[in-house]
Design a protein around this ligand. Structure first.
Ligand code: 3PG
Length: 305
């Protein structure tokens, strides 16, 4: 069977080697489409693929129409908002993700950006330390848990909000559970966002929440740009000159925000939270193993549709 790896933002070469090994050892063929810029290239490449591995690549109805042999798509990563699940289900294609495989990489970047914000974007002016400060984690999933683990090393006081996670799971991790988003934003100098982009969460973080943050508040977003109400963020930053926003998910109005709030906002040029060799290896090889298992006997433990 043909397994296509289609990645606009490629995996590290070492991860591709690992994926190839898993696929070929199981008797399948690996086809690689990296750094494609023309969607037609993706549609041509999927035409005879039985399985597909992607990252944040958009997999919509056009792909399912073009891919007549496709049986499974694995998103090598956590968020699968880039995949049209209804179109996949209608086409009889299984969709899976690889939860947890890249979460440490994202959590480490949270602190890369948190320290940067606390040290005034490395401008050389007097900043402040993370030790003893309060950090609120919005969603205690795999990334949120890694953030909490690292925050403990910094000596931070950590709270988390997650309606899907029992309090005792947080408490066992030394994290104080909170039960309202208002409380999370009001009580924490730092808030780190780890919610997925869903109809309920899209544009859910805006002016009202952001301006609840205490003086000097720093909002860190390594999740999805869509969860932010960008107009509300702009208004909050305009009114509160003490607030900072750092994100690995560049907003649509990034250039405007960078110009208006220089020194208070930072955006990575391209989403790089999961862009480490380790995360690429973990997520890529997990995706390959999941495909091999599925093609072998229909195992679909990580199915999301
Ligand atoms: C994820 O959902 O796993 C992360 O956002 C990483 O996305 P990426 O594979 O495009 O880097």
């Amino acid at each position: 069977m043909k397994v296509l790896v289609a990645t606009e933002k490629p995996f590290a070469a070492v991860a591709v080697d690992g994926i190839r090994q898993v696929v070929e050892q199981a008797g399948h063929e690996l086809v690689l489409l990296e750094k494609y810029t023309d969607r037609a290239d993706l549609l041509a490449a999927v035409a005879d693929a039985d399985a597909l591995i992607v990252r944040s690549d958009k997999v919509g109805e056009d792909v399912f129409k073009a891919a007549r042999n496709l049986k499974i798509v694995v998103r090598a990563g956590a968020g699968y908002d880039n995949i049209d699940l209804a179109a996949a289900t209608a086409a009889g294609v299984v969709v899976e993700n690889t939860p947890g495989q890249n979460s440490n990489a994202v959590a480490e970047l949270v602190f890369g950006m948190t320290v940067m914000a606390a040290r005034n974007m490395y401008a050389g002016t007097s900043g402040f330390e993370l030790k003893g400060k309060r950090l609120g984690i919005q969603a205690f999933g795999q990334v949120g848990r890694n953030v909490a683990r690292i925050a403990e090393g910094f000596g931070m006081q950590v709270s988390a909000l997650d309606p899907y996670c029992p309090d005792d799971v947080m408490q066992q991790a030394g994290v104080h559970p909170v039960h309202s988003v208002d409380e999370l934003y009001s009580d924490n100098l730092f808030v780190s966002i780890h919610i997925p982009a869903t109809p309920e969460t899209i544009r859910s973080i805006g002016y009202d929440l952001i301006t609840r943050m205490p003086k000097g508040g720093v909002l860190i977003n390594t999740a999805r740009k869509e969860v932010i109400d960008e107009a509300g963020l702009d208004k909050a930053l305009a009114e509160r000159s003490d607030l900072k926003y750092v994100a690995d998910v560049r907003p649509d109005n990034a250039a405007e925000l960078e110009q208006k709030y220089a020194g208070r906002v930072f955006f990575t040029p391209k989403k790089m939270g999961a862009q480490t060799a380790e995360a690429n290896i973990n997520a890529g090889i997990a995706a390959a193993n999941q495909i091999v298992a599925f093609l072998h006997d229909g195992t679909d433990r990580f199915r999301v549709n």
